[in-house]
Design a protein around this ligand. Structure first.
Ligand SMILES: [Zn+2]
Length: 261
């Protein structure tokens, strides 16, 4: 593939800003997408090329095909708007709905999950963007009350073979399984009981996690009795006890290997 020149980059950014203007102004629009109170003046060439859903609606024997109007009855207007925005600007922003007056972490997380689900109507690029944003937002939220709700939403809005968001929440939950499955985490445990597919996915993930003491070694510090593990021993000549900071060579630590019963 040849290198991109400065002229190419200029043309690309000109095309991008042109598309953004078309979306904003609705000029030359030949299709209207109606959702809630929103009427988006869009372009068949842009949305149908990216989305098989709109392409089918346009070509099918629907009212839509004749009238140049597609009505989305069941969808969230804010999410539809985000999807269309991404089709023209290659990005979208979290939009507030009537129920949310401020943009919270919770709102952001659920919004990205909904945009991902909406991506079934939109382009794959919308799903990719929503997955990245969801993944980023959820990393710090696993211990929050919202996490079980987010898992439930992901499993309710995506089909079983769509692993995009399911893998994200499953891997995150597996990494924090002990904390999440403690007796006082009622919300998480209740959700586990309701979402059977997630229970299965989490069990699979946990079954294949490296096992402490089996797949990688554990040591018991002779000074402070702290048991700890080193997941990656490559390039380690000596290492500290994480509790008392005692430094020993690898072969000295070998005497204090801790065997799990
Ligand atoms: Zn120690």
């Amino acid at each position: 593939m040849s290198k991109r020149t400065a002229d190419d980059i200029d043309s690309t950014s000109a095309l991008k800003s042109g598309l953004a203007v078309l979306f904003k102004d609705g000029q030359y629009s030949d299709l209207i997408i109606h959702c809630g109170d929103d009427r988006h003046k869009v372009h068949k060439g842009a949305v149908c090329a990216q989305s098989s859903f709109f392409d089918t609606a346009r070509n099918g024997d629907f009212d839509e095909a004749r009238s140049g109007l597609v009505t989305l009855h069941a969808d969230d207007p804010a999410v539809v708007s985000a999807m269309l925005s991404h089709m023209y600007t290659f990005d979208y922003e979290v939009k507030l709905t009537d129920n949310d007056t401020t943009e919270t972490e919770t709102h952001r997380l659920l919004f990205h999950a909904n945009v991902y689900a909406m991506g079934e109507k939109g382009a794959h690029s919308v799903k990719d963007a929503a997955r990245k944003k969801f993944r980023e937002a959820v990393q710090s939220q696993w211990s929050e009350a919202i996490f079980p709700d987010a898992v439930k939403l992901v499993y309710e809005t995506t089909p079983q073979n769509d692993r995009g968001l399911r893998n994200v929440v499953t891997k995150l939950a597996a990494g924090h399984a002990r904390e999440l499955l403690t007796a006082d985490n009622d919300r998480f445990r209740t959700m586990m009981g309701q979402v059977a597919d997630f229970g299965r996915d989490l069990s699979m993930e946990l079954a294949f996690l490296p096992q402490v003491g089996k797949d990688y070694p554990a040591y018991e510090c002779p000074m402070c009795e702290r048991v700890f593990t080193l997941k990656d021993q490559s390039n380690v000549g000596k290492f500290h006890c994480p509790e008392c900071n005692r430094l020993r060579w690898v072969n000295q630590w070998e005497k204090y290997r801790y065997i799990f019963e």
